[in-house]
Design a protein around this ligand. Structure first.
Ligand code: SF4
Ligand code: ZN
Length: 327
């Protein structure tokens, strides 16, 4: 129709009539101009530990200024942040925090990095991009927490201003993406590959949902793809599902499922595989892939010891270089 605009940011390629919004609710056709109406208006702002993202090989123990606007271009039926990810702009009170203020407030709070997180930073792309530029100008690192459901061109451009990313690979199954998340698998794989190629420090997260994506064959396929495409040094985090939003009829993921997945992934050849929500266990510590010495000791979100900070990432026992950004 005349006056429609097409958004090219994500694989949905929404055709948006005048006055309407795309599927993410954030990107609006205002008089023929595509506008992200949440620019500078985050709904959630917190100082988190880096480990909460979870990023384990990027400035361990650092505090990270974390923010999100409403909106998402996926619609996972188990979303734990659904109250903001699936909300309309205007549904919640927001902060007035333009990009330069984000950088100033983050520095004032003593944070070394800023994360675009909680919902989906792709849909508030311009804010994420401009905010990241402003943060870098102040010497802050920039972090993306994303499901990577983006088109290659804008995604590659965004990678140019991002230092690290935790990328959510929901399952190595297109059916799972369609049925549980309302998306597709292939664009996500391509986004992860591009981020790695562009030199962003990436870690991959896989949330295991009982009966939905916890089949060992799916875990094996995901690990095989990582090994082939990214190599053995990109960390993988298995995390637990908790009943929420529209998926309340399944139990939480048993710890044994997460630990079994970790064992398979390590056995296949990945060097760093973590399990969330098992405080004090070996699955949340970083081990030397060569001599198996414990190098970063974590309990929950706390870092008790980081033996890599003073060595530039070299194992103090055997000298092996451990992939990551350590100080
Ligand atoms: S970013 Fe939003 S408006 Fe743009 S194509 Fe994706 S869902 Fe549609
Ligand atoms: Zn070693």
């Amino acid at each position: 129709m005349p006056g429609d605009v097409t958004c090219l940011l994500c694989p949905r390629r929404c055709r948006i009539p005048p006055g309407a919004a795309g599927d993410c609710r954030v990107r609006v056709n205002l008089d023929g101009r595509l506008l992200a109406v949440t620019y500078g208006r985050p709904v959630a702002v917190h100082v988190d530990p880096m480990e909460k993202k979870p990023l384990f090989h990027f400035l361990p123990g650092a505090e990270i200024f974390s923010l999100a606007t409403v909106g998402c271009n996926l619609h996972c039926i188990h979303c734990q942040n659904w109250e903001i990810s699936q909300a309309d702009p205007g549904e919640h009170d927001v902060y007035d925090l333009p990009p330069d203020r984000v950088a100033a407030v983050a520095a004032h709070e003593g944070c070394r990095a800023v994360a675009w997180t909680y919902t989906e930073p792709i849909v508030f792309y311009e804010y994420t991009y401009d905010g990241s530029v402003a943060c870098r100008e102040r010497g802050l690192k920039t972090v993306l927490v994303s499901a990577g459901y983006a088109n290659p061109r804008p995604w590659r451009r965004l990678c140019g201003v991002i230092d690290a990313a935790i990328l959510d690979l929901k399952a190595f199954s297109d059916a799972h993406y369609r049925e549980v998340c309302g998306g597709t698998l292939a664009p996500v794989l391509e986004a992860i590959r591009i981020a790695h190629e562009e030199g962003v420090w990436i870690e991959v997260l896989n949330l295991l949902v009982p009966t939905r994506n916890d089949d060992p064959a799916l875990v094996d396929a995901l690990v095989d793809w990582m090994l082939t495409t990214l190599g053995p040094d990109v960390p993988l985090h298995f995390t637990a599902f908790h009943p929420d939003y529209r998926l309340k009829n399944l139990p939480p993921t048993p710890t044994r499922t997460l630990l079994a997945a970790r064992k398979r992934a390590l056995g296949a050849g990945l060097h760093h595989v973590y399990v969330g929500n098992v405080p004090g266990g070996e699955a949340e510590c970083t081990w030397c892939p060569a001599c198996h010495a414990r190098l970063v000791h974590r309990v929950g979100y706390r870092v008790l010891e980081n033996r890599l900070a003073a060595t530039g990432g070299r194992c103090p026992e055997c000298g092996a270089q451990v992939a990551g950004v350590w100080a």
